[in-house]
Design a protein around this ligand. Structure first.
Ligand code: NAD
Length: 469
């Protein structure tokens, strides 16, 4: 069918000479695109799962090592694709996508045996002293991972690491809005991983819709809440469990006692990474008017320190993914008064790192997740009003608190709900592999990373044993 791009490296002797490119690259496995329908892909992977192919821990660790080799040996290819899609610098591509995934693999390889160990449970007296009970992790089966465009490699590969480590067969669907990365993944993954158990399906809404009609044993979706609802509805047909990694407006509360030079530097770094297209980026700043006035010039100089006087000329500053998002963001530049930035260039999909002060909570920039390089500052009277402001809105994916006051930190922790909570440093909690990463309420359901990926992609089976005599 036209428009289908399902990638499979056929390494069997049946591969015909004609199917091979005339000059295969030395050292790489030939990849042939096979026109295969989603139902066929799922059936093929399910057969592999039923045959037990993915269950041995040796298979899982072998797949993880192969994925690691892909990232270390072909990282430059992925970095080039990320640059083509998002203007990501090579440093940023390695730090936030390629090396990030390598670390997740290493952490998993280092702990997998321990995580998979059955856990014994105390047995009640009425079952007798010879009874025993434990839980064990069973792989789920065939898992679907749907990834977004903003960290198009990391957000496809990190869930894949967990799904493989838990012993599943996996279909991965890269985002069509990051086409170079999608194509690179579709080329590289089948060349490195076991194609009987891992498949890449490229495409947009029609392809994803067709995939969602199939029965999976888990669906792991990262993206926006509107599509999250589409995924959840489709999953309901098959009673398939779902993880939704969504977004929303993540606030940053700045207390009047904070060292504002440090705050400005960390806020700017966290906000303008990937041109603000980060699900856990600080969406807006909440602070009192006096602190806001002191923070504004410091944010201006923090932006200049990071990207120079002309960020458009900085190799470290990214671009907006496409014209649709550029136009959406351009419409948000008019709120409040300009502290720094405000410039844009549609032909280059460039929007300057921008800070807006005195922003009215009713203004357009405060209505939806910004997902771009615009940082509004909204003023509140103090902590009580800040907590009220946060609780009047959807539960955010992340909440950041810049305060050295233990009482302030504790009040925010106790009186608000968010996927993650960061004291003093935005974004960094998601790099801690031993912390679960995920949202709550509108920002998502379920979590992953490290051992939490094993929880997500396994069934924890309850077992009771009683000797027959
Ligand atoms: P996107 O447009 O790339 O969509 C994500 C995936 O959904 C893609 O693979 C796409 O093909 C698929 N899709 C789109 N429309 C569909 C439909 N109608 N039916 C089925 N599938 C469909 O990415 P996006 O949604 O623009 O991503 C940005 C959002 O994701 C932001 O809200 C951001 O906060 C959130 N996000 C969350 C995380 C997280 O880890 N929680 C990470 C990154 C992004």
């Amino acid at each position: 069918m036209k428009g289908w791009h399902i990638h499979r490296a056929d390494r069997s002797p049946r591969t015909t000479r004609a199917a091979r490119p005339a000059h295969p690259q030395r050292g790489t496995v030939t990849t042939a695109a096979t026109p295969e329908q989603p139902a066929d892909v799922v059936a093929r992977l399910r057969a592999a799962f039923r045959a037990g192919r993915t269950k041995p821990v040796a298979w899982r660790t072998d797949q993880l090592r192969r994925l690691r080799a892909l990232l270390t040996e072909q990282g430059a290819e992925l970095a080039a694709a990320l640059h083509a899609d998002l203007g990501k610098s090579s440093t940023e591509a390695y730090r936030t996508e390629i090396d990030f995934t390598v670390r997740e693999i290493d952490h998993t390889l280092g702990h997998l045996d321990e995580w998979l160990r059955p856990e014994s449970a105390p047995v009640p007296a009425h079952l007798g002293a010879d009874a025993s009970a434990w839980t064990q992790y069973d792989p789920l089966g065939v898992v679907l991972v749907i990834a977004p465009w903003n960290y198009p490699a990391q957000l496809l590969l990190a869930p894949l690491v967990g799904a493989l480590a838990a012993g599943n067969a996996v279909v991965v669907k890269p985002s069509e809005l990051a086409p170079a990365t999608s194509a690179a993944l579709a080329r590289l993954l089948p060349a490195h991983l076991d194609t009987e158990a891992v498949a890449v399906v490229e495409g947009g809404i029609p392809q994803t819709t067709a995939l969602l009609a199939e029965r999976f044993d888990h669906i792991f979706y990262t993206g926006n809440g509107a599509v999250g609802r589409v995924v959840l509805r489709a999953a309901a047909e098959h009673l398939t469990p779902v993880t939704l990694e969504l977004g929303g407006k993540s606030p940053a509360f700045v207390d009047r006692d904070a060292d504002l030079t440090v705050v400005a530097g960390r806020l700017a770094r966290g906000k303008f990474l990937n041109a603000g297209q980060t699900c856990v980026a600080p969406d807006y700043v909440l602070t009192d008017p006096r602190t806001a006035a002191a923070l504004e010039p410091l944010l201006k100089s923090a932006v200049e320190t990071l990207y120079g006087a002309d960020p458009q000329a900085s190799a470290e500053y990214g671009r907006i993914v496409n014209e649709r998002h550029f136009d959406r963001l351009s419409g948000l530049l008019g709120s409040g008064h300009l502290v720094v930035g405000g410039g844009s260039d549609r032909a280059d999909k460039y929007i300057a790192p921008t800070v807006l002060a005195d922003v009215d909570p009713k203004s357009p920039v405060m209505q939806e997740e910004i997902f771009g390089p615009i940082l509004p500052i909204v003023t509140v009277d103090g902590l009580d009003e800040a907590i009220g402001f946060i609780n009047d809105r959807d539960k955010p994916l992340a909440l950041y608190v810049f305060s050295d006051s233990g009482a302030t930190r504790e009040r925010i922790a106790a009186e608000t709900s968010s996927g993650g909570l960061g004291y003093g440093l935005p974004l960094a909690h998601l790099t801690v592999s031993d912390l679960p990463f995920g949202g709550v309420g509108e920002s998502g359901m379920g979590s992953y990373h490290g051992r939490y990926s094993i929880e997500t992609f396994s069934h924890r089976k309850a077992v009771l044993a009683k000797p027959l005599n």
